[in-house]
Design a protein around this ligand. Structure first.
Ligand SMILES: *[C@@H]1O[C@H](CO)[C@@H](O)[C@H](O)[C@H]1NC(C)=O
Ligand SMILES: *[C@@H]1O[C@H](CO)[C@@H](O)[C@H](O)[C@H]1NC(C)=O
Ligand SMILES: *[C@@H]1O[C@H](CO)[C@@H](O)[C@H](O)[C@H]1NC(C)=O
Ligand SMILES: *[C@@H]1O[C@H](CO)[C@@H](O)[C@H](O)[C@H]1NC(C)=O
Ligand SMILES: *[C@@H]1O[C@H](CO)[C@@H](O)[C@H](O)[C@H]1NC(C)=O
Ligand SMILES: *[C@@H]1O[C@H](CO)[C@@H](O)[C@H](O)[C@H]1NC(C)=O
Ligand SMILES: *[C@@H]1O[C@H](CO)[C@@H](O)[C@H](O)[C@H]1NC(C)=O
Ligand SMILES: *[C@@H]1O[C@H](CO)[C@@H](O)[C@H](O)[C@H]1NC(C)=O
Ligand SMILES: *[C@@H]1O[C@H](CO)[C@@H](O)[C@H](O)[C@H]1NC(C)=O
Ligand SMILES: *[C@@H]1O[C@H](CO)[C@@H](O)[C@H](O)[C@H]1NC(C)=O
Ligand SMILES: *[C@@H]1O[C@H](CO)[C@@H](O)[C@H](O)[C@H]1NC(C)=O
Ligand SMILES: *[C@@H]1O[C@H](CO)[C@@H](O)[C@H](O)[C@H]1NC(C)=O
Length: 856
């Protein structure tokens, strides 16, 4: 019969044949498949096997036009997710849907074709006979051969490749990187008219893929998500809350990738769509009230409108519309658009105050001003290199206007005007804006010293200026090479030094408190000259790596002692806060599993910390290096695990104050010559008072992949957030895989993979094949068990570090069963957090020094 249909052009004849073979014709109660000798007539439906989606003819509200579409099965108000003949409805009920000449065809009673899938030319290798279409449970309609019915990979044509306005879980949005083209979702014309509307949504691969909404009339961008960093889109302020919804980008082969997202296990129905009015919405189905609830709707404030404040402008959410916009440092409002600006239209943007210097030999006196917590500009280019190379790469390229180094993406530079920058109330990335030397020195307020200019961006940074000044003063006073940490003993009080000067009461009180606490042994001061000699002028060959706030160089003191010098990057405010934090904190800590601070240097603009030198660098240089990995046998790995656990226990319990590290990860574990681990990088650590157990921060810092859910989503941190990071570390050490870049067939990250193996009762499959034969299974399995307890989503259920140490060392201890990552249990907190207007703990000032506020 296949051969007959091949030559048919008239659906009437098919109908006749169908009538002759009426045993194969509708109505069958429910079927999800339609073979090529069958047709679907108006009034008949296909239902996906699990009764999730339904396909048939429908009319939108208030209309008699007929469309072929896919909608949710059994929902009171029909929710259409895909439409075939969206631009060409059938005026009456005579419509027929079927397969003809390898294409899906919508036609009317007179065989006039209203829509065709145009797939007849595809896959010429396939035999023409016996095609079938099947509606599958993901909401996808698949045309394939009979043998491949319902198999997405072997489809001749798939509806998901031709989306309407809705992005469903597990469907794929393909992106051809080479061509820069992705599938587009196009809005309906109105709420009740599925015809192509004015707005479309797609993916722009430039720099790193990002979602963009266009106004198709003018081809202007209306909104964008910011770049994909392998976990989230960094330009969506609340996106880290969506982390758990499992967005991911999958590489198919060279130049072809797809985006998809997962619904949390057994969670409610969910979809993304581009509304007829251009808004991007995430909708959740509330079963109780049988209604779709918008969970996220973008743009959600004035600042999310594309390039609201014009080129080189920065938009900062504000209740007063006249205060939304300002210029980046070194830029002034464009005088040509004064009139528009007066009427509240900032799209004219800002212009550079002083031209950049750019000479043929690449030397320049330009520098960068730092802007933290922003949505990075549009039209980025990605270049190779680390943080330092990123800055140089930008300086040496005359057209480079700024750069940013983003975890998960790498170095981004901008070769044109900086467009669509927004300041976030929390989160966000750090942008380095290139300006002329003179604009580095004098800020927009004019005549402020360089130190002050830098400090303005983060009020907290003022405090380090104060601290530095104090130390400086004090050192000059006693003219000695040793001073007590913090300079308190004989030094003046902060309030005395700054009597009547411009420093907030809270800031000075905070500083005084910190100094009182800081009465450890005196810390040697190094002169910047001595350190320059020791490191051979910070020679590149001595560079060990990049710490949280600056490069680290190896040095040798005259006596032969090896040291590591961490140097705060000059001419940028980056890391001042972290520098202060690390200095105050680490000076007090003494433990064999914590890296030791040998001294420091604060001189002029130089700020350096001097540590003991670790010949074996950091754990990641072994663990993720295919060659050096071999040196990490099980005994060594176990020793490292125990060492980290003890170091962390000391921070949490043994030292007088409870300290939360907040950025525990493989690259922050250093190894001495005997491969003893030492925890480093206390730039983000926080001190807790004696009975304080949990705190909340407005600015979530740390590394995705290591952050516990409550910290990533709600900014809540406690010792248990470190325990979570420790669990992730443990899994990485045992498996030899990075959590962030781990991929397996059905798991998006190492933790999910571990849970899956755990549930299936085969945790031993997690063990790195390299050590599988040599390791002590008992110990390894015990470690996996402990890791699973540490990565439980409920902070309360995670063990404390003292139980962890006990569990790691104890033999035959019977451990509790871990509870699986329960995504659905998080959804109410999740909902609260991201429901419009119910944002918690958002403060519009950026005083990071007060970020820790105790909770009862
Ligand atoms: C339906 O159409 C009528 C007349 O055109 C109009 O008054 C009414 O508001 C429409 N209803 C909806 C829900 O669009
Ligand atoms: C269906 O949609 C209509 C119009 O939007 C609304 O008035 C009605 O409440 C909805 N019914 C349900 C059960 O949600
Ligand atoms: C089937 O499609 C092919 C390729 O587009 C076309 O050349 C041919 O004329 C079509 N046949 C019929 C019967 O429509
Ligand atoms: C299609 O398959 C049939 C049966 O297997 C075979 O007889 C026919 O030659 C095939 N046609 C083509 C074009 O490959
Ligand atoms: C097509 O399907 C018919 C009936 O199911 C079967 O007899 C025939 O062998 C099939 N032809 C091919 C090429 O698979
Ligand atoms: C990307 O698109 C171009 C042009 O359409 C095509 O030649 C190329 O094969 C596509 N690449 C992939 C990986 O599909
Ligand atoms: C779409 O564009 C048309 C033509 O410019 C306009 O009349 C209509 O109002 C627009 N619709 C929306 C929803 O913006
Ligand atoms: C569903 O809606 C009801 C009534 O508004 C509300 O009480 C309930 O919390 C909602 N459920 C979810 C999961 O949001
Ligand atoms: C804002 O001003 C620009 C010129 O700077 C102009 O092109 C644009 O149309 C204006 N927009 C509005 C909404 O007035
Ligand atoms: C580069 O050129 C500038 C003048 O354009 C000059 O002052 C500088 O010394 C040159 N630098 C090098 C490394 O040649
Ligand atoms: C400078 O940067 C621009 C923008 O990213 C890029 O197009 C250009 O190729 C770069 N030039 C050099 C010499 O690297
Ligand atoms: C494995 O480790 C356990 C617990 O540390 C120990 O009791 C046992 O002797 C070890 N087995 C081997 C073969 O080393």
């Amino acid at each position: 019969m296949g051969f007959i249909t091949k030559t048919l052009t008239n659906l009437h004849i098919i109908t006749i044949i169908l009538l002759l073979h009426s045993s194969r014709v509708f109505p069958q109660s429910t079927t999800s498949r339609l073979d090529q000798d069958q047709v679907l007539r108006d009034g008949e439906i296909l239902v996906s096997p699990q009764q999730i989606f339904e396909l048939g003819f429908f009319s939108p509200r208030n209309s008699s036009s007929r469309y072929v579409g896919i909608w949710y099965y059994g929902m009171q108000n029909r929710t259409v997710v895909w439409v075939a003949n969206r631009d060409n409805p059938i005026p009456d009920n005579s419509g027929v849907f079927g397969i003809r000449n390898r294409s899906l065809i919508v036609s009317d009673g007179n065989s006039q074709v209203y829509w065709s899938s145009d797939s007849s030319a595809a896959r010429n290798d396939l035999n023409l006979s016996n095609l079938t279409m099947m509606l599958v449970d993901s909401g996808n309609l698949i045309l394939s051969t009979v043998e491949n019915a319902g198999r997405e990979e072997d489809a001749i044509w798939r509806s998901c490749d031709h989306p309407t306005d809705t992005f469903l879980p597990n469907l794929r949005v393909y992106l051809n990187i080479t061509e820069g083209i992705s599938q587009q979702f196009v809005s309906w014309r109105t709420a009740n008219d599925p015809a192509k509307g004015n707005y479309s949504m797609g993916v722009d691969p430039r720099g790193s893929p990002q979602v963009v909404v266009w106004d198709d009339r003018s081809n202007r961008r209306l909104w964008r998500s910011g770049h994909w960093n392998n976990q989230i889109f960094i330009g969506v302020p609340r996106m880290r809350s969506l982390l758990l919804f499992g967005f991911r980008l999958v590489n198919v082969d060279d130049g072809l990738v797809y985006f998809t997202f997962e619904n949390p296990n057994s969670g409610p129905l969910m979809r993304f769509l581009i509304q007829w009015n251009g808004a991007v919405q995430q909708m959740i189905y509330n079963q109780t009230i049988s209604r779709w609830t918008p969970m996220v709707s973008l743009p959600s404030n004035g600042c999310e409108e594309y390039n609201k404040c014009g080129n080189f402008g920065i938009c900062r959410p504000s209740t007063a519309p006249s205060q939304l916009c300002s210029c980046m440092r070194g830029f002034d409002p464009n005088p040509r658009f004064q009139d528009q600006r007066n009427s509240g239209n900032w799209s004219g943007g800002c212009v550079r105050r002083t031209g950049l210097e750019c000479s043929a030999n690449g030397s320049t006196s330009d520098g960068f001003v730092e802007r933290m917590g922003v949505k990075l500009p549009d039209f980025a280019d990605r270049i190779a290199g680390d943080r330092g190379e990123c800055e140089n790469g930008c300086l040496q390229n005359c057209s480079c206007m700024g750069y940013a180094f983003v975890e998960g993406i790498g170095c981004l530079i901008w070769g044109d005007e900086l467009i669509d920058v927004e300041e976030f109330e929390q989160g966000g990335e750090t942008l380095f804006i290139r300006v002329a030397d003179s604009d580095l020195v004098s800020g927009s307020n004019g005549g402020v010293s360089k130190t002050t200019v830098i400090a303005v961006s983060v009020t907290g940074a003022v405090v380090i200026g104060v601290l530095a000044l104090l130390l400086w003063k004090y050192r000059n006073k006693v003219k000695a090479c040793q001073i007590p940490c913090g300079g308190k003993k004989n030094g003046p009080l902060v309030s005395e030094v700054f009597n009547g000067q411009d420093i907030s009461v809270e800031a000075s009180e905070q500083l005084e408190r910190e100094m009182k606490e800081c009465d450890g042994p005196p810390l040697p001061v190094f002169s910047s000259h001595a350190l320059e000699v020791a490191t051979d002028g910070y020679a590149n060959k001595n560079k060990l790596g990049q710490g949280g706030f600056g490069p680290v160089h190896k040095g040798i003191l005259p006596g032969g002692q090896e040291i590591a010098v961490k140097r705060l990057a000059k001419s940028s405010g980056q890391g001042l806060e972290e520098f202060k934090n690390e200095m105050i904190l680490i000076a007090k800590l003494q433990h064999r599993n914590l890296v030791r601070l040998l001294g420091y240097c604060i001189e002029g603009e130089e700020r350096m910390l001097v540590y003991e030198y670790m010949p074996n660098k950091s754990l990641d240089s072994f663990l993720f290096d295919s060659v050096k990995k071999v040196e990490l046998d099980w005994k060594t790995r176990f020793k490292i695990i125990e060492g980290i656990a003890r170091g962390l226990l000391y921070l949490h319990r043994d030292s007088r104050l409870r300290i939360i590290h907040r950025d525990l990860k493989v690259s922050n574990i250093l190894l001495d010559e005997e491969m003893n681990p030492k925890i480093s990088d206390f730039g983000m650590a926080r001190i807790f008072g004696g009975n304080q157990n949990e705190a909340n921060t407005n600015r979530v810092v740390g590394t995705y992949g290591y952050m516990s859910p409550e910290y990533a989503m709600e900014g809540l941190f406690s010792v248990k957030s470190d325990v979570y990071s420790f669990g992730v570390l443990l899994l990485e050490i045992i498996s030899g895989h990075r959590n962030n870049s781990f991929r397996s067939e059905d798991s998006t990250n190492l933790i999910r993979h571990a849970w899956k193996l755990w549930k299936e009762g085969k945790p031993e499959e997690l063990i790195d094949p390299l050590i599988l034969d040599s390791c002590n299974r008992t110990e390894a399995l015990q470690c996996i068990h402990v890791a699973m307890l540490c990565v439980q989503s409920s902070a309360v259920q995670r063990p404390t570090m003292s139980s962890v140490v006990f569990m790691l060392e104890g033999e035959n201890t019977s451990l509790p069963q871990p509870n699986e990552l329960d995504l659905t249990s998080l959804s109410s907190a999740e909902m609260d957090l991201i429901m419009e207007g119910r944002e918690i703990n958002v403060s519009s000032n950026d005083v990071t020094i007060t970020e820790v506020s105790g909770r009862p």
